[in-house]
Design a protein around this ligand. Structure first.
Ligand SMILES: Nc1ncnc2c1ncn2[C@@H]1O[C@H](COP(=O)(O)OP(=O)(O)OP(=O)(O)O)[C@@H](O)[C@H]1O
Length: 615
């Protein structure tokens, strides 16, 4: 409160005279003697003690306490007083407790507004969870097995890995699922080697394994190597037993000419393995039969065995000739439909199977495939030594099925199961924005044109960009491919409606399995294309459905476009899993519009960014 003194005497102390001066009342709390007469014109008077600094003690000698709440309290201090540190720690602990209580069922406090992690994905409840504690434990275990030489595989199989199976790669190391599955399937996890001399007696009861690892992590080789090892050892054991039997016969050889000699073997008789393989590998599509079959064939060049791939892509004569070849058969790769129909008429095909692999088990044991697959497993069970299920995802339905039907199955899961690698970058394109205005086809075409124009520094000269577009319905595949073609994009459709031959040739460009002649033709077509038409050069697009999202090793593709938001996190994993395979980088783009689950897309992106497993 300020007072204007208008008289010549000070209205408070009346000790001095001045006029029109502003006098603050606190000046009058002191004795009049200490008062200075202001000189000159009216002004604000400053405290006369301003230069003295803060009071060290009150008049009665007690120390003056600084106000704790003063905003200037911490000025010019270099250390935080212990008292304040303790206070801050108490506040932090109380806040943490409050936060935890909010999440605990029945906890006190108001309902939280904090975001629940992956809430939208949780609503879909697609995937079974694997505890993080288990993942960390496995990670530690795997660190010790880092070379193929350490596995107790037959030497010729180890030699075939870099040369045949991995196409001449050098400096190879087993992937996490290979480190986990190979010793487990060989029964050498304890680090012990098996007996020399190949004569391992068959195990008494069937062993069951579930191999679950992220997409593009080498699961195929993880089961192929131990299975072929078992095949070769069984063959050796059989040969040894035959030799022993022959020796016994030799010892009890009857005297010739007395009419009791052994009949000489019929050279035209088919091999005893004809139509009765030891190993059967089931995969969901004809395309996968070709892919897995090619890997097995390549290994069979050095490790001698007979393999056949059969699918609807081959004529019935070819299938019959392969399966019932007089030279015999050891490994068959097939789809469940075809194998089921063959075994209906010839059940002996399953009579000698010791190893049955169900690749893409989540598909082959889902509602549509399960009756067929289960029936094949049941019929093969009497002779089975190992049942191997393999998958990149364990949906809750599969988890429940396994708990019921195979409660003792060994689950070999890698630490990164259900996570989309951070190497894959996912961006979102809003189709409702200008210039697309809700036109999904136009957005897709524009995105492809933009990608095509981007300069890829690392691409070899003349190399083509491969882009895969995933649609949810098979009818849409043709429609989108036709639209993209009308916009000058080299696009092809692949769905269950495509002809078998066309689909094999189409996929070849994306799996990097083009023959030199095909490659030459492709480059010639690009060179001779009419330059007057507006065409996007150097880009090849495959518009497809789930048919190409499972297991197909599309190593040549670097970009995936999700034309529509996938229905579940499982589809996200498999579709985005076509890029970023085996340590490569990749890019995903998802087109979202009104009515699409943007919350799901957001959570998938966040999960990918954090390297977390989706749920
Ligand atoms: N140890 C290894 N080192 C380097 N490359 C490997 C190794 N093992 C496998 N590969 C290669 O990795 C690629 C992916 O392998 P594969 O198709 O078996 O993966 P996947 O886990 O079955 O994938 P998906 O889940 O999509 O079926 C193949 O090109 C294969 O040749």
């Amino acid at each position: 409160m300020l007072r204007l003194a208008s008289s010549s005497l000070c209205p408070f102390c009346e000790a001095h005279a001045f006029s029109k001066a502003l006098v603050a009342p606190w000046q009058h709390t002191r004795s009049a003697a200490t008062f200075q007469k202001p000189r000159g014109p009216a002004r604000m008077n400053l405290s006369p003690r301003v230069a003295q600094g803060p009071k060290k003690a009150t008049p009665d000698g007690r120390p003056v306490r600084k106000s704790r709440n003063s905003p200037f309290n911490a000025m010019n201090t270099t250390t935080v007083p212990r008292e304040l540190q303790q206070q801050a720690a108490r506040h932090a602990a109380a806040a943490e407790e409050k936060r935890v209580n909010r999440h605990v069922k029945g906890g006190r406090g108001r309902p939280t507004k904090e975001k629940e992690p992956m809430k939208a994905l949780k609503m879909q409840r697609a995937l079974a969870s694997v505890p993080y504690e288990k993942r960390s434990r496995i990670k530690l275990e795997l660190a010790e097995r880092d070379r193929f030489e350490e596995f107790d595989l037959l030497s010729e199989i180890k030699e075939a890995v870099p040369v045949q199976a991995l196409g001449g790669m050098s400096d190879i190391a087993p992937t996490p699922i290979q480190r986990l599955a190979i010793p487990a399937m060989l029964g050498t996890e304890d680090g012990k080697r098996r007996r020399k001399g190949n004569a391992a007696p068959p195990p008494k009861e069937m062993k069951q394994f579930l191999l679950a690892a992220e997409t593009g992590s080498g699961k195929t080789l993880a089961y192929v190597l131990p299975v072929i090892d078992a095949l070769k050892r069984a063959e050796a054991l059989e040969a040894q037993q035959e030799a022993e039997a022959a020796k016994r016969e030799e010892q009890t050889k009857l005297v010739p000419g007395e009419g009791n000699e052994l009949p000489s073997p019929d050279v035209n008789e088919p091999h005893h393995t004809t139509g009765r393989p030891r190993v059967i590998i089931l995969v969901p599509t004809a395309e996968l039969v070709a892919q897995v079959g090619a890997l097995i064939k390549s290994i069979s060049h050095t490790v001698k065995f007979r393999a056949a791939m059969i699918s609807a892509n081959y004529s019935s004569t070819v299938i019959r000739n392969r399966l019932f070849s007089p030279q015999g058969i050891d490994v068959v790769v097939s789809t469940p439909h075809l194998l089921d129909s063959i075994t209906e008429s010839d059940p002996n095909v399953l009579s000698r199977v010791t190893h049955l692999v169900i690749d893409e088990a989540d598909s082959l044991l889902d509602r549509s495939f399960s009756p067929l697959t289960s029936s094949i497993i049941d019929r093969a069970t009497p002779s089975l030594q190992q049942l191997i299920l393999c998958s990149a995802t364990i949906p809750r339905s599969l988890d429940t099925y396994l708990h019921k039907r195979y409660p003792s199955i060994r689950r070999l899961t890698t630490p990164n199961l259900h996570a989309i690698p951070r190497r894959v970058q996912l961006s979102v394109v809003d189709i409702d924005k200008i210039p697309y205005q809700g036109n999904r086809d136009l957005t897709c075409a524009q995105v492809i044109w933009d990608l095509g124009k981007e300069q890829d520094e690392h691409a070899a000269p003349g190399a083509e960009k491969r882009i895969i577009v995933f649609v949810n319905e098979r009818e849409k595949a043709d429609e989108v491919a036709t639209y993209l073609q009308s916009k000058g994009i080299d696009a092809l459709a692949l769905s269950r409606d495509s002809s078998d031959r066309a689909s094999t040739a189409t996929l070849a460009a994306f799996t990097g399995t083009l023959t030199p002649a095909q490659l030459e033709k492709q480059q010639k077509d690009t060179r001779t294309a009419d330059p007057s038409t507006r065409r996007l050069r150097g880009v090849k697009v495959l518009v497809t459905t789930d048919i190409a999202s499972r297991g197909i090793d599309t190593t040549a593709a670097k970009t995936v476009i999700l034309y529509t938001v996938p229905h579940t996190s499982i589809d996200f994993i498999h579709r985005l899993g076509r890029v970023g395979r085996m340590g490569r980088r990749g890019r995903g783009m998802v087109l979202v519009g009104r009515g699409d689950r943007k919350d799901v897309v957001k959570e998938v992106r966040e999960g990918m960014f954090k390297g977390m497993a989706l749920i």
